[in-house]
Write a protein that binds this ligand. Structure first.
Ligand SMILES: NC(=O)c1ccc[n+]([C@@H]2O[C@H](COP(=O)([O-])OP(=O)(O)OC[C@H]3O[C@@H](n4cnc5c(N)ncnc54)[C@H](O)[C@@H]3O)[C@@H](O)[C@H]2O)c1
Ligand SMILES: [Zn+2]
Ligand SMILES: [Zn+2]
Length: 376
């Protein structure tokens, strides 16, 4: 095992505490990664604020990229020195869901996540949980080898880390979840990291109109840069009425990327009869939806959900990296701020500002601490 530094959540609602932990040696199918960059995702905030339950103490953080340090004895496709992105959804690769390109719903998750010893412990031996069996707010992490995706050398980990959560989630919801058809109309509620990626996915899918809906004017301005053709301030205008005024009818697809019963209901309300509403935002634990039943039988609307891109993280992340290499997926623009590890709590406070799409932590050991993006 090695000793390293991690941001540990010991009490819900309190700041993360930077402290030493022990990281176990990799099992045969695991790799140990020296983390270089981690994005701050709203999902981390759900665990930190208690809107989603977690065991404590825990290391949250999951939007991660880094360099392979040590590989387990059974790992053949990765070597020390390889830059990788971590996928939040490890999978067995063999069950009925993995075999039908639904690895985000692997049926053997509990089994493959079991380890003989805790991955993280405090120096006194207390086990520390890891969000999604990743626990990325740590200078070193363990990953199942099939949850580590090789990043091309010319994709910096500073932006590559976004592929691991918000980008694979957003673009995957468009292509694999809702399967947006070219020429169709799309609305996106919530234009943070995930919503910005959905907008880019809709642009890549050839949507004819993309309506961005948010409460924050800065986020709406940024949304146009990612491909939105129209914007609606949901705090000022009723989204359903505004969309009918803009497009003459409801949209073919609406993606909800906030995480509340109210915005989920709005997503269903703004799609036209036979349209699809797709829930991506994570609502507080126990949230239930009350929706007009007639939207389903008379309106033939569909309501679906999408988790972590609904698909094959390894394949999708590799493809997304290629889209970035060819300038078709904007990632530099999404990383609006790079902060140091010991500023992580301030980073979570700054997340609510509309001026940022994503804040990324640069870990102490990494060489790329560029404060702002170099726009291409
Ligand atoms: N399904 C998945 O696999 C998955 C993966 C990652 C994140 N998430 C979830 O997606 C959601 C968004 O994550 P994020 O990291 O992009 O968050 P974020 O904080 O970066 O962005 C949220 C955006 O929603 C906007 N917003 C808030 N209330 C709104 C309202 N009533 N109407 C319109 N806009 C509103 C905010 O202004 C902000 O721009 C979170 O709930 C997160 O947990 C889901
Ligand atoms: Zn996330
Ligand atoms: Zn499986």
């Amino acid at each position: 095992m090695i000793r390293t530094r991690a941001a540990v959540l010991t009490t819900v609602g309190e700041p993360l505490r930077l402290t030493d932990i022990h990281v176990d040696d990799p099992e045969p199918h695991e790799v140990r990664i020296a983390v270089t960059h981690v994005g701050l995702c709203h999902s981390d905030l759900h665990y930190m604020s208690g809107t989603v339950a977690t065991e404590l103490p825990v290391v949250v953080g999951h939007e991660v990229a880094g360099i392979v340090e040590t590989v387990g004895s059974a790992v053949t496709h990765l070597r020390p020195g390889d830059p990788v992105v971590g996928a939040l959804t490890p999978s067995c690769g063999e069950c009925a869901n993995c075999n039908t390109a639904r690895s985000t719903q692997c049926l053997r998750l509990d089994e493959i996540r079991r380890r003989p010893r805790p991955a993280y412990t405090l120096p006194d031996g207390t086990p520390v949980s890891r969000l999604g069996d990743l626990g990325a707010f740590s200078e070193h992490i363990l990953l199942r080898a099939n949850a580590a995706v090789r990043l091309p050398d010319d994709v910096p980990t500073r932006v590559g880390c976004l592929l691991s959560c918000c980008v694979v989630t957003g673009v995957g919801a468009v292509f694999r979840g809702a399967r947006v058809r070219p020429g169709s109309t799309v609305a996106v509620i919530g234009c943070g990291g995930v919503g910005s990626a959905i907008i880019q996915g809709a642009r890549l899918a050839g949507a004819s109109a993309i309506v961005a809906i948010d409460l924050d004017e800065q986020r709406l301005r940024a949304a146009r840069g990612y491909g939105a053709t129209h914007t609606v301030n949901g705090g000022v205008d009723d989204p359903a009425g505004a969309i009918r005024a803009l497009l003459g009818e409801g949209v073919d697809y609406c993606f909800e990327a906030v995480g509340s019963a109210r915005t989920a209901a709005t997503a269903l309300a703004v799609v036209r009869p036979s349209g699809t509403a797709c829930l991506v935002g994570i609502a507080p634990g126990g949230t239930e939806l009350t929706l007009p039943a007639s939207d389903f039988f008379f309106g033939e609307k569909r309501l679906i959900g999408s988790y972590m891109g609904s698909g094959q993280a390894r394949e999708d992340i590799a493809q997304l990296a290629r889209l970035y290499q060819h300038g078709r997926l904007l990632l530099d623009e999404m990383v609006t701020e790079v902060i140091e590890f010991d500023q992580i709590n301030e980073g979570f406070e700054a997340m609510t500002s509309g001026a940022v799409t994503r804040i990324v932590v640069a870990m102490p050991g990494c060489s790329d601490h560029s404060p702002t993006q170099e726009l291409r």
